[in-house]
Ligand binder design. Structure first.
Ligand SMILES: Nc1ncnc2c1ncn2[C@@H]1O[C@H](COP(=O)(O)OP(=O)(O)OP(=O)(O)O)[C@@H](O)[C@H]1O
Ligand SMILES: [Mg+2]
Length: 329
């Protein structure tokens, strides 16, 4: 890829909690190109949100960036090489929709006033001009009757509509990267599909890059160009959506695919992955998936090593070595 927009390079994030040190992100490396949608998947606690928060400069005590760097257009943004806080990037060029949208809107302010704040802050517009822009934004996210809707409060909007408002706020500054953390988890399936369609439409229209965080591979298949699979604070596989679904290299990815419901499934049984993820307080030596891996060998006591598994596809270095099939094990 030429000139990635975003580079995450060996990023580490620790939380110094009373119960001990939690290594939430343990050496994550990722790149994102212009106009690209990357799906970040993995089960609960694998470090997806913390990775996104690090990119947004939101890691705060008791958390800290323990190593690595995030670069934006080649410029140090987080971690190594940062001289002063690059304030004009966050909220403007990179915006984020947080995991719990219902608590991200202020219940005491009208939707118009909240959008107006963002528009004033990032576009410098006030009064009638700001209101016109706010109405345009609501229109862009598929909320009709925008001028009436601007005077309503969040509780007068349905869950799906509130999520659309969140998206409107996130695109108000005309960002180049939108990070959407589980943007549809709280919504029912029909509304989910509409929100995903909206994101896809906005991406095409605005040339946005998107990082879509989800635990649902079905969503990734529909919307993303590339996927990165996280497990216990690390990336265990990355590749194009087509490659990941056709030739998943890591047994964890294979398990995730098998445990994703499919409309065209021949099997009527969902397969779950045996075992539980490791605690991040004392991450295991070597490959973190080893205790659950049907193909684990003595060599897997050494730190996880990823290897090329085809063009732009990186996975566990042992992928394809053996009878490499979780279900058959
Ligand atoms: N502020 C915090 N203080 C202490 N530990 C934290 C904090 N935030 C996150 N963690 C820990 O970091 C790890 C990764 O959490 P993260 O929220 O990134 O998971 P996730 O992949 O987003 O999971 P989910 O799918 O449930 O949203 C977890 O073990 C979590 O408990
Ligand atoms: Mg999360």
């Amino acid at each position: 890829m030429n000139d990635p927009l975003l580079e995450i390079d060996d990023l580490r994030v620790d939380f110094d909690t009373r119960a001990g040190l939690v290594q939430a992100v343990r050496g994550v490396s990722l790149t994102l190109g212009r106009g690209e949608t990357l799906g970040l998947v993995g089960e609960s606690g694998s470090g997806k949100s913390v990775t996104a928060q690090a990119v947004m400069g939101l890691i705060d005590v008791p958390g800290r960036i323990a190593g690595g760097a995030v670069r934006w257009n080649g410029m140090p943004l987080v971690g190594e090489g940062v001289r002063r806080r690059p304030r004009r990037i966050w909220g403007r060029e990179i915006t984020m929709i947080f995991q719990n949208p219902m608590t991200s809107l202020n219940p005491l302010m009208t939707v118009g006033a909240q959008l107006g704040e963002v528009i004033h802050l990032y576009l410098g517009l006030r009064g009638a001009a700001a209101r016109t822009r706010a109405a345009e934004l609501l229109d862009a996210v598929g909320i009709s009757g925008a001028s009436r809707r601007l005077d309503q409060y969040p509780h007068e909007f349905s869950g799906g509509m509130r999520q659309r408002v969140m998206i409107a706020m996130a695109i108000a500054s005309e960002p180049r990267l939108l990070i959407a953390d589980e943007p549809t988890t709280a919504l029912d399936v029909t509304i989910q599909a509409q929100i995903l369609e909206l994101l896809a439409g906005l991406q095409e229209k605005l040339g946005l890059s998107i990082i879509l965080i989800t635990h649902d591979l079905g969503i990734v298949a529909g919307l993303c160009h590339r996927v990165a699979v996280m497990y216990a604070g690390q990336i265990v596989e990355t590749g194009t959506v087509d490659d990941i679904f056709a030739r998943p290299g890591h047994p964890y990815t294979q398990g995730l695919i098998r445990s994703t419901p499919r409309l065209d499934a021949v099997e009527d049984r969902l397969v779950s992955i045996d075992g539980t993820p490791p605690g991040l307080r004392t991450p295991p030596e070597g490959c973190a998936f080893r205790p659950r891996c049907p193909a684990a060998q003595a060599a897997c006591h050494a730190p996880q090593r990823l290897a090329s598994h085809g063009a732009g596809h990186v996975a566990c270095c042992r992928a394809g070595v053996d009878a490499w099939d979780v279900g058959a094990a």
